[in-house]
Design a protein around this ligand. Structure first.
Ligand SMILES: NC(=O)c1ccc[n+]([C@@H]2O[C@H](COP(=O)([O-])OP(=O)(O)OC[C@H]3O[C@@H](n4cnc5c(N)ncnc54)[C@H](OP(=O)(O)O)[C@@H]3O)[C@@H](O)[C@H]2O)c1
Length: 185
């Protein structure tokens, strides 16, 4: 069975999107194409399924830049699960499943679809629910040297639970710092 990872490119002040879901800032940090073992590569190889929230899905669907419409610029392909209270009519595909309700059940369903690989969870709201429910094993953060000031926060959407993590690795990739943490349970 794979593990549950939360992941994001995050600004130094803790945002995963700027005002109005702005994501252009992410493309200022393309990473080092010659660095083979970045977290980016780790995620693409180890991820068997992705669980996101409806807002992630909508931003991806509306993206003007093609790099934003597919996960990791289209380099990762696999089953995607989207939590929503209002599944869009006629938009399901063989790869996208819309779910609703209990976060524990959603994670179990997506983890099973990962077929022994890891489940990657994206989107501040859904990440917060997973952390609150004690479902997260690891966090993988590409830390970007930028202060966005406002937008969508990665972690403040979780509750008041005190969560301790241990650092697994910290790697410099161009201007980004790739941080990998394990949640102490
Ligand atoms: N920097 C990065 O690496 C990165 C990665 C991913 C996303 N992002 C950005 O993050 C933003 C999205 O994050 P977010 O925190 O705003 O939202 P989110 O987690 O993507 O989605 C939250 C929405 O999902 C639905 N939902 C959540 N839990 C549910 C449940 N248990 N049952 C049913 N529906 C549920 C609800 O929508 P409804 O009730 O409306 O259905 C909720 O409003 C976007 O701007 C995206 O571009 C950035």
């Amino acid at each position: 069975m794979g593990i549950v990872m939360v992941g994001a490119t995050m600004s130094l002040d803790g945002f995963i999107a700027g005002p109005n879901d702005a994501m252009d800032w992410v493309f200022a940090y393309p990473g080092d194409p010659h660095a083979p073992n970045t977290i980016d590569e780790y995620i693409i190889q180890s991820t068997g399924a992705v669980l996101t929230g409806r807002r992630c899905y909508d931003v991806g669907q509306q993206a003007a830049r093609p790099e934003l419409s597919g996960l990791y610029g289209g380099r990762w392909v696999g089953p995607e699960f989207v939590l929503t209270h209002r599944p869009p009519a006629g938009e399901s595909s063989s790869r996208t499943t819309f779910l609703s309700g209990d976060i524990q059940r959603a994670v179990a369903t997506a983890l099973e679809a990962a077929n022994g690989k890891n489940l990657l969870v994206l989107g501040g709201n859904v990440v917060g629910q997973c952390l609150d429910a004690g479902l997260v094993d690891e966090a993988l953060i590409h830390l970007a040297p930028v202060l966005l000031g406002e937008g969508v926060r990665m972690f403040s959407q979780s509750g008041q639970r005190h969560i301790t993590l241990e650092t697994v690795s910290a790697t410099q990739v161009g201007q980004l710092t790739d941080l990998r943490f394990r949640v102490i349970k």
